[in-house]
Ligand binder design. Structure first.
Ligand code: FAD
Length: 345
């Protein structure tokens, strides 16, 4: 078999849209996916998750997400959509194939898979997810906390937490949504360093994504400058109403944990059963370490998704890779097209 011109690692939305862009340029990409099915991390997100963007702003290039374009699709609809998208794709998609290691070799790459087999490829795109590694910040006393500590990545549904006293850490979309959901059966506080920065879901009667796209802000190549902006929490009013009831409530970040106790910034101390960290994610790119593509902290050295240290290597799906919408269903296709154009001139 001939060596592929392009190998894509990962078959989530990023890998699939990269393979789609490649086929549009006449190159049938090899796509290697560790899991047994394409579709990425979506099946592992919590059960109650609905998209923050309506269906009309949640499609990849090619077949659109079916159904009412103004609804906010549930997680499972995204899973179905991506599996169907993968089935229609003109690509050599292989599931159950984890890439352990990538090295540069001559004018291409050698990829070593978990079973020890090797594949040569001219160019490589790592589409392994910007949200692959749950980030656990160092918080005073967290290591010795005797209650349950879990990351939002491990949270599925509120039932196992019924009747508990729960502290959710982190004021982004996940923290707010999970805190509101848990408050149906538990006593919940959202602990954040700054007040939640609310964004209207439908300013002037239009979904916020309509404005983002129309204004050009969604696609503006501002890259990591976005990391300095406050994290906005989309709300149609439902979350602010939930917080107005007092359960959940929002408090300034606690000063420490000690055994099963939490000490709040005002000095009050109380028992807590669970601390849930909604503190974000980092990409997992260890397989690229041998190429010299990463900095000392394991972050990719790139500009707009093209490696600045390794010719022929690209990324799709990194948060703020090029624009605000880079790591979203609606934005990833634009980046994929651009990266493929640069790697397959
Ligand atoms: P992933 O979905 O993580 O897929 C990466 C794939 O790579 C996986 O299938 C994995 O198995 C595979 N892989 C990893 N390493 C290897 C390897 N070494 N070898 C082979 N395969 C490998 N975006 C929106 O547009 N709307 C939303 O409403 C929205 N909600 C979100 C809610 C949460 C809780 C989170 C965390 C993110 C959300 N996002 C949302 C952001 C983003 O769209 C998702 O995170 C999406 O899953 C990212 O897709 P991806 O393909 O980049 O990565």
């Amino acid at each position: 078999m001939e060596d592929p011109l392009l190998t894509v690692i990962g078959a989530g939305q990023s890998g699939l849209s990269t393979a789609h862009a490649s086929s549009r340029r006449g190159v049938r990409a090899l796509v290697l996916e560790a899991a047994e099915h394409p579709g990425g991390s979506w099946p592992h997100y919590y059960d109650g998750l609905t998209l923050f963007s309506p269906a009309r702003f949640s499609s990849l290039p090619g077949p659109p997400m079916p159904g009412d374009p103004d609804r906010y699709p549930h997680r499972d609809e995204v899973v179905d959509y991506l599996r169907d998208y993968a089935a229609r794709l003109d690509a050599d998609l292989r599931c159950g194939e984890r890439v352990d290691r990538v090295v540069r070799d001559g004018d291409g790459f050698v990829l070593t898979l978990a079973d020890g087999s090797r594949i040569r490829s001219r160019a490589v795109v790592s589409a392994t997810g910007g949200f692959a590694r749950p980030h656990r910040p160092r918080l005073p006393g967290l290591d010795g906390f005797t209650g349950t500590v879990l990351h939002a990545a491990e949270y599925r549904s509120p039932e196992p937490f019924a009747g508990q006293r729960i502290v959710v850490v982190g004021g982004g979309n996940s923290g707010v949504q999970i805190a509101a959901e848990l408050a149906g059966t538990a006593r919940v506080t959202l602990a954040t360093r700054a007040p939640v920065a609310w964004a209207e879901q439908r300013p002037l009667g239009r979904d916020v994504h309509w404005w983002l796209v129309r204004s050009g802000l969604d696609a503006a190549p501002l890259g990591r400058l976005w990391e300095r902006a406050p994290v906005l929490v989309n709300d149609d009013g439902r979350y602010r109403s939930a917080f107005a009831t007092g359960n959940p409530d929002r408090r300034e970040m606690f000063t420490r944990l000690d055994g099963d106790k939490v000490t709040w910034a005002d000095g009050t101390v109380e028992k807590a059963d669970t601390v849930l960290l909604a503190t974000g994610y980092r990409p997992a790119l260890d397989h690229l370490a041998p190429t010299g593509a990463l900095d000392a902290a394991g972050r990719p050295l790139h500009r707009g998704g093209i490696s600045t240290t390794v010719p022929g290597l690209g990324y799709v799906g990194l948060e703020f890779q090029r624009a605000f919408a880079s790591a979203t269903l609606r934005g990833v296709g634009r980046d994929a097209r651009r990266v493929v154009r640069r790697l397959l001139p």
